[in-house]
Ligand binder design. Structure first.
Ligand code: ZN
Length: 122
């Protein structure tokens, strides 16, 4: 996930966001994928998952397996992914840019589904 990590050292202690691999917990993933899920396309309220990060290779393969166990296809979940550097550029560009319907963009209500909640709603 994207998490806050505390850093000690001159000139001062800092907290700053950094990518942390959800499989091996290494901080500062250089070559990785961002993985999330949505129920877009399924009937009912659209749900979304937290944004996960994993190194490419064994870590994202392990995260894929965990994801499939927690967010079931039968419940309308589909998994999406993007390369971390592409996602980070999109986030930096959009983080302070409000969505406007005038731009031809449609927004919709979204319910965050944490892994435990996703299991309880089966
Ligand atoms: Zn990893």
């Amino acid at each position: 996930m994207i998490e806050y990590v505390g850093v000690l050292g001159p000139p001062e202690a800092l907290n700053y966001p950094i990518s942390v691999c959800d499989t091996c917990r290494e901080q500062g993933v250089e070559r990785g994928n961002v993985i999330w899920g949505t129920t877009a396309g399924a009937p009912g309220l659209r749900r979304g998952t937290p944004i996960h990060v994993a190194h490419k290779g064994r870590c994202d393969a392990a995260l894929d397996l965990w994801f499939a166990q927690v967010y079931f296809d039968a419940d309308g979940w589909m998994q999406l992914s993007e390369e971390l550097d592409v996602f980070a550029r999109q986030l930096a560009r959009n983080a302070t840019k409000p969505l406007s319907a005038g731009d031809g963009i449609r927004t919709y209500p979204l319910q965050l589904a944490l892994p435990r909640l996703a299991q309880e709603t089966r």
